[in-house]
Write a new protein. Sequence first.
Length: 414
Amino acid sequence: MNRLTTPWGEIGLTRFPEHPRETLRAWDTADEYLLRHLAGADTEPVDLSGTVVVVGDRWGALTTALAARRLEQPGSGPLVQITDSYLTQQATRANLRRAVAEAGAEPEAGAEPDAGADPNPGADAEPVRLLSARDTPPERIDVLLIRVPKSLALLEDQLHRLAPAVHPGTVVVATGRVTEIHTSTLKLFEQLLGPTRTSLAEKKARLIFCEPTPSRVRTPSPWPHSYALPDGIGAVSGRTVVNHAGIFCAERLDIGTRFLLRHLPHRKGPEHVVDLGCGNGVVGTAAALDNPEARVTFIDESFSAVASAEATFRENTDGASAAEFVLGDGLSGVAAGTVDLVLNNPPFHTHQATTDATSWRMFTGSRAALRPGGELWVIGNRHLGYHTKLKRLFGNCEVVTSDPKFVILRAVKR
């Protein structure tokens, strides 16, 4: 755990899942810059007494800092976090509990839990409402704080959904690293909310200020977006993919997934298949179409990815195939020894940090979930060296096929 010094005090923050040797912090200079601005470092402090909505908070740093401030000033309006990440929600919960405990304060009455995200009935004992990117935003927003996402499409969808709730007096401030804020970013704020300007850069971070003009005419959101798949990629050739905003390669099929689809194993019988890190669900849908007797579980930590996977599956199957759509941290919620086949295209970065922590959790979770004789199929860039990890974990690893950029690996649980 690291400690963030805010204008209102110090708070302890961790990522999720928490790891004792974690070296990456749960915040960066963009979060610090925004908090200083809100406290009045450059001008008058921002009035935070109304409904405050925090969008895209990476690990709950902004939400936790504002919640800790409100514990000292009860009576303020709702504090709402909106994120597309299950892991962010869980990190926020842990960080909020810690902040409440450190403050020695009683939680505010009336805190609203988000729908179905945590099985622990006491999980939302904090004065914060946690919403997903798929949930309906509050009807009125007085202060809108946005952590600029990597995906311009996700920002576009978020602004479309939030625009009806802002009013002429709404304070809108976004933050991000200078590498995350582009001309196209500013144009979206201009187009969907109102006049926009930026701050000077500070510690490689920048702020965006926007003055809402609710009366302006806005075009409908283009999301979700659908496209037809190309031929020559197995069971899903010519099928339709549905993508909500922010999903990897939402405009067209990426070359890595295309390569995997051409080489998926052909299996028969009533097996349990998991599409791990499912994205838009095209891989799991291909497995279901190739083996109608299979039960496919689609798993992702993105709310929008799970929604996309379900939409893609429903679009291309007749409903006879069994499927489950799970929001979670990898295979942590799947019973041990219950899976026959795991299909996985693991990410090798989280936000701006390149790390193998996520892929390692996916591989260890797969080994635990697989039955003896069950298989994990992984696609990745050749340079990532996944075969070394899989050999260490499973005791075996076979190269199914490869090309100059990608390799498909197969590990069997003995």
